[in-house]
Design a protein around this ligand. Structure first.
Ligand SMILES: Cc1ncc(COP(=O)(O)O)c(C=O)c1O
Length: 347
């Protein structure tokens, strides 16, 4: 059996999730009467401590709708320089909302609060209005790194003092909450708006939920339609999301443990290096001596699928389709692939 560590988006619905999908009550969500979508939105708002919520097809759409509602064309928004919204959303801030991205370096996803304060410009004859601060938790390019509630609260205070909102790309905010051992609302209530993904560690096939104040969500619903994200009998997808929120949150700890054990099993293998301190949620970043791309085919031949993530880094992402005994198999695959690479023969 292949161990697919390319992303936590690759999961298949469990039989119980399929049963929830099959038995969902459906309506037409664009007309506002799909009861299962309404139930998912209410549950999401309640869990995150926000007034209202909106079911959207993807994390990218949720983030970009938020940007479009918070900002006007020509405004600036602040992002950590390795953030998903800057790197992997197809230039959407500029293309869809005319928003200028101001990026600040971070350490494991956390920007320097003083640098954030200094980067918030008022609209003058010369400078754009900075109208949004964006955070990402967990932080994808930083290997699933976590921002705790105190750090998030500090950013909120800076934004409040400047009179601007904070949007959280919380694609994996439930991993952050489980990793920290806190209720998700202690993190999500720190921000003005949050988007979280159902289709990552939570194991649903499709969808994200954007949460925030009721007036914001009303405007977001309008933008969702404009972006082509209005869906009809989407209750069948929402049912999977409800099932995931009710049954797949606590088990994220299993994925974190599997990541940790894999990191330990990989220690000392030739050609690679793993920093155990970097493993705090469901990612393992494997630093490679040779170019990361050299490893991918040999690893796949040994039954492990993974993605290169930078020139000398491979990302392993753990999720509910990875069995608990995978760490040993993954380490063996790295060992055999490494032997093939060093001997120059195909692994
Ligand atoms: C941190 C982060 N934000 C947003 C997204 C976008 O989600 P989607 O693939 O559903 O558009 C991802 C997807 O990997 C992500 O890792």
């Amino acid at each position: 059996m292949q161990i697919d560590l390319r992303s936590d988006t690759v999961t298949q619905p469990t039989p119980e999730m399929w049963a929830a999908i099959r038995s969902a009550d459906l309506g037409d969500d664009v007309l506002g009467d799909d009861p299962t979508v309404i139930a998912l939105e209410e549950l999401s708002a309640q869990l995150t401590g926000h007034e209202a919520a909106l079911f959207v097809p993807s994390g990218t759409m949720g983030n970009q709708i938020a940007l479009g509602v918070h900002c006007r064309p020509g405004d600036a928004a602040i992002f950590e320089s390795d953030s998903h919204m800057v790197w992997y959303e197809g230039g959407a801030p500029a293309a869809l909302s005319g928003v200028m991205t101001k990026t600040l370096p971070g350490i494991r996803g956390a920007m320097d609060p003083e640098a954030v304060r200094a980067a918030i410009t008022k609209r003058t004859y010369h400078t754009p209005a900075t109208t949004l601060l964006c955070l990402e938790n967990t932080h994808n390019r930083s290997g699933g790194a976590v921002l705790d509630a105190a750090t998030m609260g500090e950013f909120r205070q800076i934004a409040d003092a400047a009179g601007i909102p904070v949007h959280l790309d919380g694609a994996r905010i439930f991993n952050a909450a489980v990793g920290l051992g806190v209720p998700v609302s202690s993190l999500t209530s720190q921000v003005t708006t949050v988007n979280f993904c159902l289709s990552k560690g939570l194991g649903a096939p499709v969808g994200s939920v954007l949460c925030g104040p009721a007036a914001f969500i009303e405007e977001a619903r309008y933008l969702r339609k404009r972006f082509g994200g209005g869906m009809r009998q989407s209750g069948m997808l929402a049912a999977a999301g409800i099932y995931a929120l009710n049954h797949h949150v606590e088990r994220l700890a299993d994925d974190h443990l599997c990541a940790q054990k894999t990191g330990e099993a990989l220690q000392g293998l030739p050609g690679i290096c793993v920093d155990l301190d970097e493993i705090v949620t469901n990612f393992v970043m494997v630093h490679t001596d040779r170019p990361a791309t050299d490893w991918i085919a040999p690893l796949e031949a040994e039954g492990v699928r993974a993605l290169p993530f930078g020139s000398h880094r491979i990302r392993l992402v753990f999720h509910l389709d990875i069995p608990a005994d995978a760490p040993g198999q993954i380490a063996e695959a790295f060992q055999r692939a490494g032997v093939g690479l060093s001997s120059g023969s195909p692994a």
